[in-house]
Design a protein around this ligand. Structure first.
Ligand SMILES: NC(=O)c1ccc[n+]([C@@H]2O[C@H](COP(=O)([O-])OP(=O)(O)OC[C@H]3O[C@@H](n4cnc5c(N)ncnc54)[C@H](OP(=O)(O)O)[C@@H]3O)[C@@H](O)[C@H]2O)c1
Length: 244
């Protein structure tokens, strides 16, 4: 093991935005531990990472397994210098029809799991007096959306969490930021029908969806030394769909 190499843990690295981030970080010489909910996903991760890291199975719905998985990584003598909370889900329904399960699943994976994962890692970052935590938020945290009260709530909850944590660890050499995408071409947006697609497109001044690589570039910047004085920030990547 090359101990000079930094290690990044990226949740949901088998496809979409997480995979693009992983590919970007390995090109910068960072070792990646990527997660997927399935062994097939882990195989995908191992195939593209090759000698630059490895995949592990992690299901964030299973809150109790999170600390255990992190402990396994530490037992293998890897430290986690960079945490990328990328994995996320949506289970849309109008509030009037939203089932408890739809609410709870989304809050658990998109918000509570980030608390547990970050808590498992932050102590070792504090000890090393260095670290980067970057979480993938969403434009929907800022503008809301029909049928996404659960998703919007989970992603806006992250903003307060990250600002508070940023304050707590700012003097310890750790930065804590959110990258907030608009509409990005991944499996996440594949389910849009053409009417929904055109409706969203009409709200994007750049008149196109973003690419996973465009989100990954922002993450790579926040991981780099060039962003050393940025913390508690939300960086929007949305083609002008939402401006503060
Ligand atoms: N695409 C967009 O337009 C868009 C816009 C704004 C924000 N985002 C956010 O960007 C992030 C990545 O989205 P994406 O577009 O890349 O989505 P995606 O292509 O659907 O990929 C989702 C990833 O999350 C993982 N995942 C799902 N459920 C999980 C669970 N219970 N535990 C652990 N991992 C789980 C999946 O792993 P498996 O395949 O192994 O299940 C997969 O790697 C999400 O947080 C999403 O909310 C996306």
């Amino acid at each position: 093991m090359n101990s000079n190499k930094k290690t990044a843990l990226i949740t949901g690295a088998n496809r979409g935005i997480g995979k693009a981030i992983a590919k970007k970080l390995i090109r910068k010489g960072i070792r990646v531990i990527g997660t997927s909910t399935t062994q097939e996903g882990v195989n995908v991760i191992n195939n593209y990472l090759k000698e630059n890291g490895f995949g592990i199975v992690l299901n964030l719905s299973n809150i109790d397994s999170i600390a255990e998985k992190i402990h396994e990584i530490y037992k293998k003598k890897y430290s986690i210098d960079i945490l990328i909370n990328n994995a996320g889900i949506k289970e849309d329904n109008l509030l009037i029809n939203m089932k408890d399960k739809e609410w709870n699943n989304v809050i658990t994976v998109n918000l509570s799991a980030i608390f547990y994962l970050t808590k498992s890692i932050i102590r070792s970052m504090i000890k090393k007096r260095q670290g980067r935590i970057i979480t993938i938020g969403s434009v929907i945290a800022h503008i809301g959306n029909n049928g996404q009260a659960n998703y919007s709530c989970s992603k806006s909850g992250l903003i307060g969490f990250h600002k508070s944590l940023a304050l707590e660890v700012a003097s310890k050499g750790i930065t804590v930021n959110i990258v907030s995408p608009g509409l990005i071409k991944t499996d996440f947006t594949k389910t849009l029908n053409s009417k929904q697609y055109l409706k969203y497109l009409s709200k994007i001044p750049m008149k196109r969806l973003g690419c996973p690589e465009e989100v990954a570039d922002a993450v790579a910047f926040l991981v780099s030394e060039k962003s050393s004085y940025i913390t508690g920030h939300t960086l929007h990547i949305n083609g002008g769909m939402y401006m503060i």
